[in-house]
Design a binder for this molecule. Structure first.
Ligand SMILES: Cc1cc2nc3c(=O)[nH]c(=O)nc-3n(C[C@H](O)[C@H](O)[C@H](O)COP(=O)(O)O)c2cc1C
Length: 359
């Protein structure tokens, strides 16, 4: 009787996805780790606009154990962005174990291992996706890291090395067996780099494995609310990891959330909201990185923030060449007044459609 009542009650409780002891809402939205993008200023915005879990950009295990400033700075976490996962990469077991200890001291909610990066100078050290050529080594390295830390360990990887060696079903199960608590899958092979499209059908094959109980997060090419829902409902992922579509548009998280909850589209962010986000981004970049680096490293974001605005090129040029913060803020204010009457239409793709007086 009691069991029956409890079972009925459970039907009315919102489902949760668990990564070890970390509880995330049903269909959680995760910000993908992105080098030079997923830093604290950007993570702040993604959190504000609805991301449920954030990852740092990848951090070199070698850099951490050498105490390299560039690497240790990336360990910075702020309380208002939790839960956060710190991602590390490296091919050497000893360095990975020692860096896992360093990561634990930085107190993230979890430690993520990068087995997906396809960049040459990472792969040639058997790090990132390089390890996809040797699954036994991947399993042994993961087991060693799991043993070396009290943090929940998760993995982000690709389908396999190339089309002839897609081993993601085996990888997910074997990594679960050595103790990882979740896996994020960028549904391309290493050889694909970013070419072609992400093959979400592999998520279904991974989830069909009855032995697999850890959450599986789907990643690759999610840039609309419809695709986000599809990757869960049609392909079986437990959550959605979004990377490129959030650059210049951290609002994607609230757009997806709204679509999941209501089945309708939230109006896209207004230009005023985009400018506000951009100014916050710049201010926080300067606070966290210092004036010069904060200004320089914001340059990659202006294009995406204002993508689709007609005749924006001259303003963008000013934003990416100025080293004077007052001048940059003045340019952002000018964009706001010049484009005040433009309307942004709901998007079917990652690029917004603007229509204005002369647009
Ligand atoms: C600029 C950039 C930097 C990236 N850096 C990382 C990284 O540090 N660690 C990682 O696991 N993946 C990294 N990735 C891959 C993304 O996390 C993600 O898997 C990939 O972009 C596919 O997802 P998307 O289509 O939603 O962007 C990076 C991608 C981009 C575009």
């Amino acid at each position: 009787m009691l069991v029956g009542i409890l079972a009925i009650l459970c039907l009315f409780l919102p489902a949760v996805i668990k990564i070890g002891h970390i509880e995330l809402p049903d269909m959680p939205l995760l910000l993908a780790p992105m080098e030079d993008v997923s830093d604290p200023p950007f993570r702040h915005l993604c959190k504000k606009y609805g991301a449920d879990m954030l990852y740092t950009e990848f951090i070199s295990a070698d850099g951490l154990i050498r105490d390299a400033e560039k690497s240790t700075k990336k360990l910075d976490i702020f309380d208002d962005e939790r839960p956060v996962g710190i991602q590390i990469f490296g091919g050497d077991e000893d360095a990975m174990r020692r860096s896992a200890e360093i990561v634990e001291a930085a107190k993230p909610e979890l430690l993520d291992i990068n087995y997906g990066c396809p960049v040459k100078n990472v792969v040639c050290r058997n790090a990132g996706s390089g390890i996809l050529r040797d699954i036994d080594k991947m399993v042994a390295l993961t087991a060693a890291i799991v043993k070396s830390t009290n943090l929940p360990v998760t993995v982000k990887t690709r389908l396999g090395w190339d089309d002839n060696s897609i081993k993601i079903v085996e990888i997910a199960e074997r990594l679960q067996d050595v103790g990882i608590k979740a896996i994020s899958i960028h549904c391309r092979t290493k050889h694909q780099m970013y070419k072609g499209h992400a093959r979400w059908e592999w998520l279904t094959k991974v989830k069909e494995n009855q032995r697999l109980t850890i959450p599986v997060f789907g990643n690759g090419d999610v840039d609309t609310p419809e695709k986000a829902v599809d990757i869960v409902k049609k392909y079986g992922a437990d959550g959605i990891m979004i990377g490129r579509a959030s650059i210049g548009n951290p609002f994607i998280f609230r757009e997806v959330k709204h679509f999941i909850e209501t089945g309708t589209h939230l109006a896209p962010a207004t230009l005023a909201e985009k400018l506000d986000a951009c100014k916050t981004h710049l201010t926080r970049s300067i606070e966290w990185k210092g004036m010069r680096l904060g200004i320089l490293e914001m340059r990659r974001h202006y294009g995406p923030y204002f993508a689709g605005l007609p005749n924006i090129k001259a303003y963008r040029q000013r934003l990416v060449t100025s080293e004077d913060v007052a001048d940059i803020f003045a340019t952002l204010d000018e964009i706001e007044s010049v484009y005040a009457d433009y309307v942004i239409y709901p998007r079917q793709t990652a690029t917004p459609v603007y229509e204005g007086l002369d647009g």
